[in-house]
Every structure is written in C-alpha cells, then in structure tokens.
Design a protein around this ligand. Structure first.
Ligand code: PBG
Length: 311
C-alpha cells in the first residue's frame, strides 16, 4: 500500500468536488427524484441544511439549480429577484458563502414552459441572439443574489462574452464564469430532466448541443469560451468523454471541470442496487478516471458522500 501510494499520480480531492443541488418552489418537504436515488428537490430550508453538511464534509463548491412553480415562454422566473433561485442563492450566500464557492447553473430550460434552453422564434426555433440578452440579465440577477461563479449551460453562441460584459458593466467583475463549453447532446441527461422538470416539450437539444461523434468540436468550443472570458471550462458528460477532457486539459490554460451527470449517477446506483456492481469502488474508479483524464474540478452528485469518506 505505501508503495502504491508513493507512485500513484492521481488523487481525488474533496476540495475539487462540486455538489449539484436542486431547489423547488412551493413544496414543504423535500421531494425524492425517482431516477436518482438519494437525490432530492430541496425546500429552501432543507437546501440550507444540505449545503452546510456538504461544505462541512469538505466539498470545494456547490452548484444550484432552481425549479420554479410557474414557467412561461421567456423563463421569467430565471431573473426575477424574487424567483426561487435568487432567494435560495441569498440563503446559501448567508449560510456558507464564506466557506465555499457558490455557483449557479445559468440557463432557461428549467424556467421555460417549452423546456428549451433559449427563447423561441414564431417558427419554434431557438433564437440564439435574443437568448443572449436573457442570459445577461439572469447573470446579473444571480450576482445580485450572491452567486460567486455563474455556469452558463445553454450552449448559445456568444453566451460567455455576453455574460462577461453584462457582469462587468453591472459592477460584478469579480463574479466568475464556469462555461459549459463542450456539452454534448447526450442521453445521459435523462434523469436530470426529472430532477429539474425540464424535458423539452417538443424536439430535442441537438440543434445547440454537440454531436457525440464530432471529435474536434469540444476543444474548439472550449477555446472560443476562453477567448470570450471564461474562468473555468467544462466538459459534460464526463465518463463517456474522457478523450475530450484530456484534449481540453492539454490545450486550455485554465482549470478544467467535468460534469459527472445524472445518467452516470443513475447507472451506478441502479446496478449497485441490484448487487451487480460494488457501489463504492465503482464511484471511486469513475472519479479517479475523470481526474486522470485531466479534470481539475468534478461536478458529481456523490460529492458530499465522497468528500466525507476521503477526509
Ligand atoms: C441545462 C442543464 C442540463 C444539465 C445541466 N444543465 C440538461 C440538459 O442540457 O439537457 C444536465 C445535468 C445532468 O444530467 O446531471 N440547464
């Protein structure tokens, strides 16, 4: 064991893990997400407690997703100062803001009634440039509420530049951007759409997310985001895209994050529940592989549990 430890080159560190958390408006008890055993949609109160526990366990950051009670065509709740995500961010900023990095997903799909990540044209297509103005406004609303890093996940062209400009001109130059740069049109997001109640009501996201077969797109998108002012670039999903993580880590002089997404979590939990996989070993092996590929930061639903185990 000591020899293995001496010569091993990869270690999963609690402080590199980020825990995704869901908060839902209008519920009085946390709601389990059936396709993600162990994950819940939080109330504001249970969110605060879960955040405190995760931070005490040693995780490096939290990323918040809001589920509003009312959705509409333009995703109005996303930048409403009284919207669930803004209220919950303020709660978390007060509770753990000094002890962790408070991040928020910045997108429209949780807030629109059609479930797409952007505004739609009359013809029902996503309107890239009109969406940028919405993202800019959401970024400022999240900054006012106390976010430290915004994480735009909608894959609109120019989103990082638009958000950077909006934050700077509103006086939030110190709020960072973790860009979902290489985000693939993936079946592994299935369970998340239950957790965030954001399945597209028609069509899919393939028009704005990347084709899993396009081998060079991930790096190109990451480099564009660097030019636009990203502080962290992210690859998503993680385990099926280790080659992309490695390419991005080799070429981008910024911290690289990888998102071990809902489907990756669900697969392991389901197999382990059947006794088909050793749950704990499988979890650590996946996190080690993602680190080995070059991820400096890993978003994972197991973040708090793993951090607790490692510390
Ligand atoms: C979009 C968003 C998604 C995820 C994170 N941000 C869903 C999607 O793009 O369809 C997926 C995360 C996961 O599957 O765990 N706001």
């Amino acid at each position: 064991m000591p020899l293995r430890r001496l010569v091993s080159q990869v270690a999963v560190r609690p402080s590199s893990l980020v825990l995704p958390l869901f908060v839902k408006e209008g519920i009085s008890e946390p709601q389990p997400v059936s396709s993600m055993p162990g994950v819940v949609q939080h109330t504001r109160e249970s969110l605060r407690k879960a955040a405190r526990e995760a931070v005490d366990a040693g995780v490096g950051g939290l990323i918040l997703f809001g589920v509003p009670a009312v959705k509409d065509g333009r995703g109005s709740a996303a930048d409403d100062p009284g919207g669930i995500v803004q209220l919950a961010l303020a709660d978390l900023a007060a509770e753990v803001g000094q002890d962790t990095v408070l991040m928020a997903d910045l997108c429209l799909d949780e807030y629109t009634d059609h479930g797409h990540c952007g505004l739609l044209t009359a013809a029902g297509e996503v309107d890239n440039d009109a969406t940028l103005a919405r993202y800019a406004s959401i970024a400022v609303a999240q900054a006012v509420a106390g976010v430290q890093v915004v994480a735009p996940s909608g894959m609109m062209d120019g989103q990082v530049g638009a958000i950077r400009a909006a934050l700077d001109s509103a006086g939030y130059g110190d709020v960072g951007i973790c860009a979902y740069s290489a985000k693939y049109a993936s079946a592994f997001y299935g369970p998340f759409r239950e957790a965030a109640e954001c399945a597209p009501q028609f069509g899919d996201r393939a028009a704005y997310q990347q084709d899993p077969a396009a081998a060079k797109d991930g790096l190109r998108e990451a480099l564009l985001d660097v030019e636009e002012g990203a502080d962290i670039v992210m690859v998503k999903p993680a385990l099926a895209y280790l080659d992309v993580i490695a390419q991005v880590a080799a070429a981008v002089p910024l911290p690289v994050a990888a998102y071990q997404v809902s489907g990756e979590y669900a697969m392991v939990e389901a197999a382990a529940a059947n006794g088909w996989l050793d749950r704990d070993k499988t979890i650590m092996e996946t996190l080690t592989a993602i680190s080995r590929a070059g991820a400096d930061i890993i978003l994972t639903y197991w973040a708090a549990e793993v951090a607790r185990k490692l510390s």
